[in-house]
Design a protein around this ligand. Structure first.
Ligand code: UT7
Length: 344
């Protein structure tokens, strides 16, 4: 067990386990939509999208792809990389805003991968969802409740996109990534975290349920409707991100007892290359330590951070012992950060 040290430096009475990050995976989607293809649908251009966002293409889920199938693919790959079997998994957390079933898609994934022992549920925190789910998973591991946890970020935002709205449709793509977190008796590799919400800015980014009153009985109406496509105040969200993300990373680094020079990889939610550049510049982190794959994927919501981690792990760039600084931000508005060491 890891001994918790209290503020005075003495071991506290509460003892917990540590967390290790032992596997990653991501889904391979079949269909690519290029900027040029989009420019044939809405009044935009590859030049505008690439210079304003860094995005060149995105993947779109086809009729046989879903949060369930993509999440399952990513989870299975992460479990295999961790040298575990699905039956070893105790808990599955699915961060998503686009479940196949509003009652949750985590159980569907649990069944699809054959993780029959695992309890599974969804977490909704939009683009902060993966960081929030990772932190939630760590609480279960640290208390000793669960040993092997799969955290998935999976979203099919193409379902919620208004393909006639050039201010939003050029940004989003579909995808799924996953990570295996494991109880560790020797050390705790989640060095710190920070999570925040500001509901006063909620109307900056929404995919709301809109309804009409339908009479049911005397003085009783039901509210029938559906979810409408994403609306976003892009400039406001941009301003929020470039202010809050460096701030939250600085706080998390402070709590970890680290400085920006200790970060091997800065892995931000892939919303806009200009946001990545501005945050890295504010923190003094050189471009070669900033992970960016948005040219290939666009903004995949809760999936963007685990996809980026998986691609960098599989390319041999993220190595065991590397220090990763993650930050997710978006609808809520919500934002958070986690500082961790990769590997056993
Ligand atoms: O994942 C959740 C988090 N989301 C974000 O972090 C998004 C944050 N925001 C952004 O990334 C940027 O604000 C956007 C990429 C959404 C927009 O970039 P911008 O530089 O803030 O553009 P803008 O909204 O200020 O628009 C500038 C101009 C406008 O034209 P006028 O009014 O100056 O004539 C827009 O109508 O660009 C126009 N425009 C476009 N032109 C061609 C907006 N979208 C497009 C487009 N193609 N797709």
């Amino acid at each position: 067990m890891i001994q918790q040290i209290d503020a005075s430096g003495k071991p506290s009475r509460q003892q917990t386990f540590g967390v290790a990050f032992v596997g990653s995976g991501s889904a391979q989607l079949k269909t690519v939509l290029s900027n040029d293809q989009l420019a044939a649908v809405v009044d935009t251009s590859d030049e505008w999208i690439a210079t304003r966002t860094g995005i060149r293409q995105r993947h779109i889920a086809g009729p046989d792809e879903s949060v369930r199938s993509l999440g399952a693919q990513a989870a299975a790959a992460a479990i295999a990389q961790a040298n575990l079997a699905p039956a070893d998994i105790d808990l599955i957390l699915l961060a998503t805003s686009t479940p196949d079933d509003l009652f949750g898609s985590a159980c569907q994934i649990q069944h699809e991968i054959g993780a029959s022992r695992a309890v599974a549920f969804d977490i909704t925190a939009a683009c902060s969802g993966f960081v929030f789910a990772l932190v939630t998973a760590a609480q279960f591991i640290r208390t000793g409740a669960y040993k092997n946890v799969v955290v998935i970020g999976a979203d099919v935002l193409s379902r919620l996109t208004d393909w006639r709205d050039r201010r939003t449709c050029v940004l989003f793509g579909d995808g799924a990534g996953a990570m295996v977190m494991q109880r560790c008796e020797e050390s705790d590799r989640l060095l710190s975290f920070e999570m925040h919400s500001d509901g006063s800015l909620n109307d900056c980014l929404n995919a709301t349920y809109q309804h009409e009153s339908t009479p049911l009985a005397d003085e009783v109406t039901t509210q029938k409707g559906g979810f409408v496509p994403i609306t976003m105040n892009g400039r406001e969200v941009y301003r929020f991100a470039v202010k809050r993300v460096p701030e939250v990373l600085e706080k998390a680094l402070f709590h970890a007892g680290l400085s920006t020079s200790d970060i091997d990889w800065l892995i931000l939610h892939q919303a806009n290359q200009r946001i990545l550049d501005a945050v890295a510049q504010r923190l003094g982190i050189p471009a070669e330590r900033v992970v960016s794959n948005m040219a290939k994927h666009g903004n995949t919501d809760a999936a963007s951070i685990p996809i980026a981690i998986d691609e960098w792990v599989r390319a041999g760039k993220i190595k065991p012992g590397d220090t990763l600084a993650l930050s997710g931000f978006g609808a809520g508005l919500s934002w958070g950060a986690a500082i961790l060491k990769w590997g056993q």
